[in-house]
Write a protein that binds this ligand. Sequence first.
Ligand SMILES: [Zn+2]
Length: 203
Amino acid sequence: MKAQDYPPEVLELLASLKRMPGVGSKGAERLALWFLQQGRNEAQRLAAALSTAVSTVGYCPCCGFFSTEGKLCTACSDTTRDSSLLCLVEQPTDVLPIERCGIFRGLYHCLGGKISPLDGVMPEDLSVEKLLERVRALPGCEVILALSSDVEGEATALYLAEQLSPLPCKVSRLAQGLPAGAGLGHADPITLMRALQGRSGLL
Ligand SMILES: [Zn+2]
């Protein structure tokens, strides 16, 4: 006797949902059942949103943050922002906690990671050339290193400070107080605001 189970279409849906980060077997089952109970409209809305996001969202050609259809992101196209301040972050998602703390009015540069020879990430894998190019075009600007406070983040900060030293810019870094070894996403807005306000010069 074969045990009763969901129809194959539902099993396929469960398998897809389970592949998503943070969704285990139980979570996948809850989501799938919710969609089945909601009927066609909810599923079509999700399918359309997913398809549109995946096909139109990419990265800003200037700073590397998320943008739509290869256009400049909101920050890069905002002429009221202070272009003499360039906040350097590891990942595009690191921009959001800084924006949410509400005091930074400059521009960003997303490196795309941090130097980590053990994981095979070398400086040439990161958006360093593009950063140097931007800094050359903005003489007198301040580059604020907002990297994580772990070993790789420190090594990346030192490497970048060295690369930036011949250029006409100031280099500073966030004040201490951010959680050691964690990325910006783990910092609460007040800690992040203090870290930005209390930043110290490197060069
Ligand atoms: Zn941008």
